[in-house]
Design a protein around this ligand. Sequence first.
Ligand code: ZN
Length: 494
Amino acid sequence: MGKLEELIVSLPDIKKFQDYNVYPQSLNQFNNSWVFMIKEKEADFLVASGEVSKEFKGDNFINEKCNYLIAPLTHENAQVLRRIFPFTAPVPVLKSERTFGVGDRLGLACPGHIRVFKEYDARPVFAQQSIRELNLTNRTYADVLDAVSFSVFREGYKYGFGADGDHLKKPEEIVYALENGYTMITLDCSEHIRNDVLGMSKDEVDKEAILNLELKERYLNRTFTVEDEEVNYTEEELKRCILIYQDAIRFAAKIYHEFIVNSNREVNFEISIDETFSPTTPTQHYFVANELLLAGVKPDTLAPRFCGEFQKGIDYIGDIDQFEKELKTHAAIARHFGYRLSVHSGSDKFSIFELIGKYTKGRFHVKTAGTNWLEAMEVVAMKDQALYREIHAYALEKFPEAQKYYYVTTDLNQITELGELSDSNLPSLFKNNHARQLIHITYGFILNAKNEDGSYRFKDRLYGLWRKHEETYSEMLHKHIGEHLKLLYQGFDK
Ligand code: ZN
């Protein structure tokens, strides 16, 4: 590391940055000291000069010209960074007109994501992980946020980002996310939504649903006007709404009052009712929104289950005309009740983005989660074909097991056999929806696969490769996520 002091004494002159592999956007001043980030072969490090170096934990270098410290990217140092440079800490962003959530399963995608959000005014949620994703990737909420804080510092992204405890179902999960400084809670109500009601006969519904006078007066023989849409209820419809959503509404209200209202800081709140078998009809959406309002719940965003299929990593499947019609009403209901629509599993839904931009009038929250994993695997197919072939074969082997956790319509017979693909044709697999889903849903198996001696079968090689080809990965994400934003923005006038 030798002469880093030569660089430090010449700051803020950045002419020497190249010689020391400094990330140029990372240079920041705190009082009279400098902090920046350098790239070493195996990892990145923070460098802190002068007084501020006392704050971080690392190796100290002192001589007559200057003193500085080289600090590893640990959780402890991330906490210091967030305290000293608040732009590296998450903030509640959901009050913004439009927001976009991009999970980062590997802790490597954020620099690529940042390139996109330097170009669009949608505010990003860079840290966004469900408990299941944490388990499958062996990461913690602290790990996820730290990786984002370091990336934001490194790339000089200073417009503010959110951190979403995504699809949380239990109080202890919410506490866990909040304790780690997360600024958004997405409450997954699916365990409190009844999926069996759709298949019940009118008689069965009559027998089970209790329709008291209050609810009758609230909903029956009335027409609710929402912009230029009308919503009204038959008695049977109302009863079904009650049976399907009553518990979920109670659950959301309890969580909201206990954890969001009572929090000592502002926390964004999203209610997700999307993980259900049947779509949320506009009538049901209105019912849920109205009952939440009466229970004093004010979500920032709500994710209904839209009609059609939102499968992982591929375009929308379904009747676009019906989607458009229902989206128009859903968006109007959301505006009426003062929150924004949230669209989950938003990766690669290129045929509907413009409609979402249009009917939400540019006020939306869209989430993508695993698409950055697919892009990372495409990098493998491009740069290390032998490794990709090994992983692809392993994914095929594990697919039946992985399929238990996801709803996908993957047909493995539609994927060209590896033996028939030349090395240079391997990346073309990522244009095939079946291959995309194969790789998409087996990520936990791939990352956790172990050799007999207990070492990781793929993980270490993968991370080594991704580090080496970081620029390629960032540029692919820039392009791919950028395409999502471009289409969303085509739908509305700014
Ligand atoms: Zn969801």
